[in-house]
Design a protein around this ligand. Sequence first.
Ligand code: C2E
Ligand code: MG
Ligand code: MG
Length: 392
Amino acid sequence: MSTEIIIVDDDPLVAEMLATAASMVGFKTHTYIHAVDFLTHDIRVEDVVLLDLNMPGFDGIEVIRALSANQVSVALILISGQDRGVLHSAEQLARAHSLDVIGTLSKPIQIPSLQRLLLKQFAAFRSHHDPKGVQERLLPHPQEVVNAIQENQLLVHYQPQLDMKTSSLIGVEALVRWQHPERGLVYPDMFIPVAEKNGLMEQLTSYVLRSVLEDRQKWHAEQLSPHLSINISADNITSLGLPEQLMSMLEEHQCDPSQLTLEITESTLMGELVTSLDILTRLRMKGFDLSIDDFGTGYSSLSHLHRIPFTELKIDRGFVMNMVMDEEARAIAKTCIMLGHELNMKVVAEGIESKAIWDMLLEYGCDHAQGYFIAKPMAADVLLDWSRKHAN
Ligand code: C2E
Ligand code: MG
Ligand code: MG
């Protein structure tokens, strides 16, 4: 099985240049100058299509539509000589058609970026189709998740949040992990969806909150008292008893609700609005802080901000991570900061991976920072050491 790179570009010179770049890193290539001819090609799942958007006659968007209509599953790299906005929207469109866009490239094309993208995709495809790789990617069975909760296999890691003006530690976000006996450390994206689909979120959230409250007591004894953020799922805000449930756990551990921020993603708010509005308003009245997580990725973000008493806005890491290279991502991050401040919210940026991003966000007036540039999520005792070193 070998991956073939199929190039669809009306400019013969560009097509030839792309073909040379791909063959230099070991791929076979096939070139089409006319998009309609390409549609007759027998495309295989392991192939990669380099698709120019701006072609006379049949253009790239029409190709996307045709691929989707024919249910062709292939990795796509979109290319355009127009501004990044066009590439962005074409990418969104292709994804909406369930096509697998593995990258976008602006003309003039940087050959090394193209080659890196192709090699990365090749490696990903290989590992996906290797039987052991597939085994590891399988989602866990719901009963396994139940066992994990009952047998204390879940653990909570904490990622520091800094005040951008002073660089001091102000809070931590609790992020759950699963120490699986065979698979090793499993990340939440692999098991939270299973827990959500099988009505296990109430148990899982209680588990996380209990761990957080116990760790908080240990930190207190060592004079460390960061603000605590925990993530809440859609399922959690369907039960009207949630505020009382949380309050009773907090009372048990002598923790005031003002110590806690509940992070809610926008997709969470897509469900039963009246119930979630009831619960969230009561949580806020009891003194919990409420954060809108991954802001900018969901639907009707602005009306949620208007309705729900959020105290914090967390800019989605997709925008933050790309701020340096991508003008639109930067504009969105900047606008989120202004919007949050206009609505009297603190603004947190997560996904800060470099000093360059930190500096930009500081200039734009962002309040709090979280990301690998500061620290990765870590165990409770490691955080204690980290915070001591950080304070010096
Ligand atoms: P989230 O709430 O948006 O959490 C932030 C995620 O971004 C974490 O991934 C964190 O490790 C990652 N991150 C932080 N800084 C950087 C960075 O600089 N670069 C990159 N590439 N990533 C960064 P993680 O821990 O894998 O969690 C993924 C998601 O799983 C979380 O997204 C949250 O939605 C969910 N989740 C985690 N723990 C819980 C939980 O206890 N309950 C619920 N309901 N959901 C949880
Ligand atoms: Mg979060
Ligand atoms: Mg987030």
